[in-house]
Design a protein around this ligand. Structure first.
Ligand code: OGA
Ligand code: ZN
Ligand code: ZN
Length: 391
């Protein structure tokens, strides 16, 4: 019988195939049950107390966990208040419940999941840009190795922006790179889009005008998480790329002008895109905060901001707050700018890092970027999978 209790594989757990017979880790030296919990001690001195309900819920036997998918079959609906018969067998935990159901837990698995264990994850926390921030660059050839790809994914998830350079000038290379990570996220502009000046544009990006800092598609309930822009041609005069870390600038606004921050994070406004075939709209604040008040996302895009629909007496305050935020975002101290060279790809967290470009003159040469989007979940997933073989 497998002693693996579930499919969750934190960085410290070996891959499933390598587990047999037990995950590595210290063995148990003590196990004592009462009507509430089982107290455990390991040979490395760690101790914990796990509620009976938790242990019953996590039984790894084939009746409680599907033996192939490893997904949970057991539903924790019954009270458990009779202490199970409890033994240590060769250093691992054996329990026999009131109804004679038997559960065996690997000591190492329990050790990793005891509530006191330090959290381990290969996915880095977000880190705001500091003065002089320079983005991580990974050569295209290195991105095709697990180490290079993991370096790039870590930087992108942590900093919200990372580059690939020295890539081929090949049509659709952006899709090939994206699909190493996962399926592209389609939108009303397609799964993959071309950024160049076009006749009859339905979007400011498809003209030659400058684009002030913005996030793409804030008119969607869930705007795309990650944007990839691959440069195939950039001969035109102008067209430099601009970026600002929205979380950093929103925090600067909170400090400099708390009332402006409050207005932009509390007043929901309308965002809307309309053309012949679509009308996609959402109402949400410009600065999105989580339950603890931390800034988690921005909806900032002046050309698809819809009619400002607020009580008249709150409009002036909203415009004042917006103006202050706009000025901070575009101030040189927060702005990163560089020219994308052909064969370079910039990727950024579209819900955190605002992007823009300077105007270009299409009569001086061609400018052609190919873009696509990915969900953040896929980047995190890829990083976890890569970390299995890097351990
Ligand atoms: C876009 C965009 C930037 C650029 O396509 O959404 O912002 O450099 N493009 O053209
Ligand atoms: Zn079971
Ligand atoms: Zn854009």
């Amino acid at each position: 019988m497998s002693l693996v209790a579930d499919t969750a594989r934190p960085a410290t757990t070996p891959d499933m195939a390598e587990l047999a017979p037990f995950p590595a880790g210290p063995l148990l030296t003590e196990a004592r049950a009462d009507a509430e919990a089982v107290a455990l001690a390991w040979e490395d001195g760690a101790r914990t107390c796990l509620p009976l309900l938790w242990l019953r819920d996590h039984c790894p036997c084939p009746a409680c966990r599907h033996p192939q998918t490893r997904e949970r079959l057991h539903v924790p609906l019954d009270e458990v208040s009779t202490p199970p018969e409890t033994r240590i067998e060769e250093g691992h935990l054996w329990l026999c419940w009131e109804d004679s159901h038997e559960s065996r837990f690997a000591a190492g698995w329990l050790h990793q999941r005891r509530p006191e264990a330090p959290a381990t994850s290969p996915v880095p926390a977000r880190r705001a840009w500091r003065e002089g921030f320079t983005p991580v660059r990974v050569r295209h050839a290195d991105f095709l190795t697990p180490e290079g790809e993991a370096t790039w994914l870590e930087a992108l998830l942590r900093d919200g922006l990372a580059l690939i350079d020295q890539g081929p000038l090949a049509d659709e290379e952006v899709s090939r790179l994206a699909e190493r990570i996962g399926p592209q996220r389609p939108t009303n502009f397609g799964a993959r889009f071309d950024v160049r000046s076009k006749p009859n544009p339905n979007n400011a990006a498809y003209t030659a005008i400058g684009l002030a800092l913005h996030i793409d598609l804030p008119n969607w309930r869930q705007p795309p998480d990650i944007q990839l822009l691959y440069c195939l041609e950039n001969e035109a005069e102008g067209g430099e790329s601009l970026f600002a870390d929205g979380i950093r600038v929103a925090e600067a606004l909170r400090e400099a002008d708390p009332e402006a921050f409050r207005v932009l994070s509390e007043e929901a406004i309308d965002f809307r895109f309309q053309d012949e075939t679509h009308d996609i709209a959402v109402r949400a604040p410009v600065i999105g905060c989580d339950a603890e008040g931390r800034v988690v996302e921005l909806r900032f895009n002046n050309w698809i901001r819809d009619t400002l629909r607020l009580p008249a007496e709150r409009m002036t305050a909203w415009y004042r707050a917006y103006r202050h935020f706009w000025q901070l975002l575009h101030s040189p101290r927060f702005q990163l700018d560089f020219s994308l060279a052909p064969g370079e790809m910039v990727a950024f967290d579209n819900r955190r890092v605002l992007h823009g470009r300077r105007a270009f003159d299409p009569n001086t040469g061609a400018r052609h970027l190919q873009g696509t989007y990915l969900d953040r979940d896929l980047l995190e997933s890829r990083l976890r999978v890569l970390s299995r073989s890097r351990r």
